[in-house]
Each structure stands twice: as C-alpha cells, then as structure tokens.
Write a protein that binds this ligand. Structure first.
Ligand code: PLP
Length: 409
C-alpha cells in the first residue's frame, strides 16, 4: 500500500495518530471499511504478480486487508516497530507469537503473574507440543539469569504483571536474554506504546490485547504483535495464515477510530487512577495498594526510569477478606466485570477467580491474595469515583459488623 503522502517525521505521535489513513478513495476524513473477503484481478499476470510480491498486495482477507493493514501500520508506528500483525484477540496474538518462536524440546521462561490465559496456554496447552515453561519472579534479574538455560528459546515478559502490577527491568532482562540467544516478547497492554516502548528497550516482539486501551470503547476483542519485518512477516505467513486467527475489517475500523483518542483517554485514566490510588492509600481498611505510579511503591524508581506515565488499572488489598463482597455490591459507578481499558470504571475481585477458576489456575498457582480487588478507573469525574469508593468501603464495614452482631445473638 503506497502512502500517497510522506510522513512528517518531526511530528509527535499524538499528531501522527490523527493523520489521514492512506486508504481513502475520495479523501474522506475517516478511512473506508474494506468489508470484503477477497480481492480480484484484471489478468493472470496481475494476479501472479500480487501473489509473488513481498509487499502489501491484497488477495484474501485472512492474510491482509487494507483496513486491518492501516491498523497494523498505526500500531507499528506507535511501537517504533518495522511492522505489526493483528489478530482476533489478545490471546490470538499471544498464542501465535509464542508458537512462532518455539518447537518441541524448547523451554520458555515467563514472569509470574502473567495474564491467566497466557499461563494456561503455557501450562495446559504447550506441554502437549513438547514445550515446557518455567515461571520466575521478573523483578529478580538473578533468578531470570539462572532460569535461562540452554534449552530456553523465549523470555516472556508482562510489565507490569496482571493483578499485582510488578514491573520488570526490560532493558536489563532483554540484555540477559540476548546474551543467551533468547528472544524476548513483552505484553505491553497496561502501559500502551505511549507509556512504554519495549522494542527500544531491547525486546524482539511486543504485543497488545487491543481489546483494552487501543480500542478504548469496550466494543472490540482484538490483539496485535509488533516487531521487525522479518519476525512479523514470518508470523503472518505461517501462524496467522494456518491458524487463521485474523482480525475482522470492521473491528480494525473501530480500532482506528479508538486509537485517535488514545492520548487523551490515557491522560484522563492516568490522572484519575493516581487520585484513586492516593485515596485508597489513606484508607485504614486497605492494607496495600498495587499501583507502580504511587510515590510509596517499592518499584517507583524503575517506574520513573522505564515508563512515561501510569495507567488506569490498579489493585488493592483489604485487611479483611470479608469486606470484598459487600464492597463490590455497594459500588455504583464501578461496574462489576472482567476486562478493562474502555470508557467505564470497572471492579474485579481476585476472590472471584479463587472461587470459580480451577485447581491449576494462575490465581491459585501464584497465590494472588483473596482480599485483592482490581479497579479500572474510567473516564467519569474522578471526584464521583472517589466518593463511590468511600461510600462502598463504609457500607462494607457496616455489612461486616452487622454480620458479626448476628453471629453474637
Ligand atoms: C486482556 C489481556 C490479555 C488477553 O487479551 P484478549 O484480547 O482478551 O484475548 C492479554 N494480556 C493482558 C495483560 C490482558 O489484560
């Protein structure tokens, strides 16, 4: 796909995000949606050329589609990558990216508290193909170095991690991996490319659950992997084509729409989440707040070094597990649900995973505290959100006290 106009390389990412996608037939401000499964040719020669050419030629939407391609190019731009490949979900991106790097007999080193379904892939699925995974504390570089034995092919990072938001020093760990000939992959969903650019820190592949911030409107499930042209074209020609987990053109179109406001949305999520984290930190009922942007966070100096700003997703622990259920039920503005990254505030208690996920789940394996509650801080007025949390904590206390009195009688 030819650009039509050259990019002004001095422009900021915020400006580049708003540039016209180079697809428009009639210079429409918004890009066209190529809702087509296939592309046709005028002649045998033209079709043959399209199939044989290495550049962006369109044949069949499982491999390439102009609307999907525009989304991929925008993500590559944001991540400072040569190319990107989109998938039907974050898990589609994760499984394809991992499968592109390992074969039977290989080992993966993965950080503890990685996304639960990534954990399930590594413990419940990949062993069937002869690929084993070792889980390490990613904040301990020595532990990572020790785990990088000769059979390791992939270092899987997620910084910060799911539910507990532990950071890894990406530059230090990718250096260790490189010295051992190991490929590093980073799940960058929490920070977004505006907050953290793993490829510049030495990672080989970076991926996103685009269902979260990149979409931003709780209406798309999608994933994307970015990296060098060589790695991404390998991923597209094999794992995308044969496993078939492609992104739909309409979802790509929604993602292009969502991406335009990413900087604005992120700014609001960050500032409101900081307000919420600071409020929770003052609450006697709260024993720990897990938010790396908080001044008191043990990894605050790494946060300042590695990230440009925080995120809207954080967690905290109640000192008393009994507060969890009445707290969640008393909230008005935080809706109870999985996922995050949209416009609306959400609450998710780890207890839910403990009660519903099976024996071998990540929540149990990594001993996530039962009193932990995750909050996604949405775009509502932050004062309303803090008031909601305050009344829900008070209400939860009352409910627990009432329960105790009922026990006494
Ligand atoms: C949600 C999520 C995923 C999985 O993405 P889906 O789009 O739901 O498949 C992967 N990693 C992280 C950090 C996530 O939050």
């Amino acid at each position: 796909m030819s650009d039509g106009h050259d990019r002004d390389l001095s422009a900021s990412l915020e400006t580049l995000l708003l540039e016209q996608e180079p697809l428009s037939l009639a210079r429409g401000a918004a890009p066209p949606l190529y809702q087509t499964s296939l592309f046709t040719f005028d002649s045998f020669g033209q079709m043959r050329e399209a199939i044989e050419s290495q550049d962006d030629s369109y044949l069949y939407t499982r491999g390439r589609n102009p609307t999907v391609r525009a989304f991929e190019k925008k993500v590559a731009l944001l991540e400072g990558a040569e190319d990107a490949c989109a998938f039907a979900s974050g898990m589609g991106a994760i499984s394809a990216a991992i499968l592109s790097q390992v074969e039977a007999g290989d080992r993966i080193v993965c950080v503890r508290n990685a996304y639960p379904d990534a954990y399930k892939l590594m413990t419940g699925f990949l062993p069937k193909l002869g690929v084993e995974t070792v889980f390490v504390d990613g904040s301990d570089a020595e532990a990572v170095a020790t785990a990088l034995t000769d059979d390791v092919k992939l270092l899987y990072l997620e910084s910060p991690t799911t539910l507990l938001f532990e950071l890894q020093d990406i530059a230090e760990l990718t250096k260790l991996a490189k010295a051992n000939g190991v490929v590093t992959l980073v799940d960058n969903s929490w920070a977004t490319p505006l907050g953290q650019r793993p490829l510049a820190l030495g990672a080989d592949l970076v991926l996103h659950s685009a269902s979260k911030y990149l979409s931003g409107h709780s209406d798309v499930v999608a994933g994307v992997v970015a990296g060098s042209s060589e790695r991404v074209s390998g991923l597209r020609s094999l794992e995308l084509m044969v496993l078939g987990g492609k992104l739909s053109p309409f979802d790509a179109w929604l993602l292009l729409r969502g991406l335009r406001t990413l900087p604005l949305r992120l700014e609001r999520h960050r500032s409101s989440a900081k307000t919420v984290a600071e409020f929770l930190d003052t609450q006697p009922a709260v024993s720990t707040v897990h938010y790396p942007g908080l001044a008191s966070h043990p990894q605050r100096s790494l946060f300042d070094r590695q990230l440009k700003g925080g995120s809207g997703l954080l967690s905290f622990e109640f000192s008393d597990e009994r507060l969890v259920e009445p707290f969640v039920d008393a909230l008005h503005h935080f809706r109870l649900g999985v996922s995050w990254g949209g416009f609306e505030s959400l609450v998710y208690p780890a207890l839910m995973s403990h009660l519903t996920a099976g024996e071998g789940s990540a929540t149990r394996a990594f001993a996530v505290p039962r009193s932990l509650v995750r909050l996604f801080v949405g775009l509502e007025d932050p004062d309303d959100l803090v008031s909601d949390l305050a009344q829900a904590i008070a209400s939860a206390h009352n409910a627990v006290r009432k329960g105790e009195r009922a026990m006494e009688v």
